[in-house]
Design a protein around this ligand. Sequence first.
Ligand code: NDP
Ligand code: HSE
Length: 455
Amino acid sequence: RVQTCALPIYGKSIMKPIQVGLLGIGTVGSGVFTVLSRNQEEIQRRAGRGIRIHTVADLNTQRAQELVKGNAQVVNDARQVIQNPEIDIVVELIGGYGIAKDLVMEAIAAGKHVVTANKALLAVHGNEIFKAAHAKGVMVAFEAAVAGGIPIIKALREGLSANRIEWIAGIINGTTNFILSEMRDKGLDFNTVLKEAQRLGYAEADPTFDIEGTDAAHKATIMSAIAFGVPMQFDKAHVEGITKLSATDIRYAEQLGYRIKLLGITKKTPSGIELRVHPTLVPAKRLLANVEGAMNAVQVFGDAVGTTLYYGKGAGSEPTASAVIADLVDVTRLQTADPENRVPHLAFQPDALQNTPILPMAEVTTSYYLRLAVADQAGVLADITRILAAHGVSIDALLQKEAAEGESQTDLVILTHETKEKNMLAALQEMQDLKTVIGEIVKIRLENQIGRAHV
Ligand code: NDP
Ligand code: HSE
């Protein structure tokens, strides 16, 4: 066994460990405790001093005691942690924007630095939280809030700071990506896979946040703010989840050379910022289309660097703990720095944030997949192509199934070139009114450019 010892090259004095209060020791909190204990020596060598969990607050004190095994105090009242003068950093891992918001605001008011994985809280109340933190001169670090273990916040905020970021597109919800992958590969049904995602600790406490796209929209909101130097504007995000996706469309997409992924997209355009989450057809050969299970991937396009891609585990106990602990190391290193010289919460200096508008969905430009159930009779296709042309929507590909024996209707699948959403909606309204169109037309957005490695 190789013997190693820390070399005191710069004659650094030995400092007492930084004291951490952990609020919530569930999936992520327990990962933080485990990884911090397992890797404490390595972490100390990086941080310059030890990082010690002083107290854990959780409603279930018995489970918390079993997890910490006497290595930290356990209390059931989070306010005991916040009010404890020995604690330097409060880690909020409770979730939601109820009690978690009060506790974070109280911790800031008490002069504590905060680390959180709570994207819902930051996307909805981030502006207020960062303002309070700035006034108090404390840090609020949130690497784990977007894409779990992938250091995307660090990349956007620091690594890419030379760039004008043009767009970000990502698979940023592990639960829905896991559901889509398992449904496609194993033919499992939606609810079975969702239960498994919950068992594996990927899903939010309320899984509708995952499947309705809200969680991905929280994350896209945070990335949008950091990338473009604007305040958090979750209320203006367009949010669609995967609950209305059918196996039929997943199959047709495959036949046409695409995969359907729940993408979070934010783009800077001359007229404003696009901020949207929705199921999206992505060409099957693109890297993003091949991100499976609970893995996440975020692609960023910057004017200088071009395209960069970040891939890794987007959820789960230890992957998320990895990001929380990275924040603890950062805060430990920077806590003695002059607050004005720290990395700003939203990457841009607070007085340099801009009011660039978030575009309404009607103004967003994208391509489309349409599926229409139509009567199997002459002239149907002509009517549809005429309506699309009248609204300036051009067709890229078309798939018409032969009607099955004895059936009087068939499926028509159309892929369009890029158009404004408002043109597509107007065309859809007219097509929907045709007597030969049966049932509701399915519309899924399609992105041909996003995901290209060489853009
Ligand atoms: P869990 O539900 O597993 O853990 C939350 C813990 O907080 C539970 O132990 C809960 O106790 C406890 N708790 C609830 N209310 C209080 C309170 N008032 N005081 C003290 N403790 C309390 O959630 P996760 O660990 O999965 O998620 C935590 C945060 O991390 C959330 O914001 C989530 O969005 C985020 N996140 C989660 C990821 C994941 O993969 N799970 C990935 C990235 C971010 P009890 O169980 O008794 O209610
Ligand atoms: N519920 C989230 C997901 C956890 O599935 O991605 C990670 O943020």
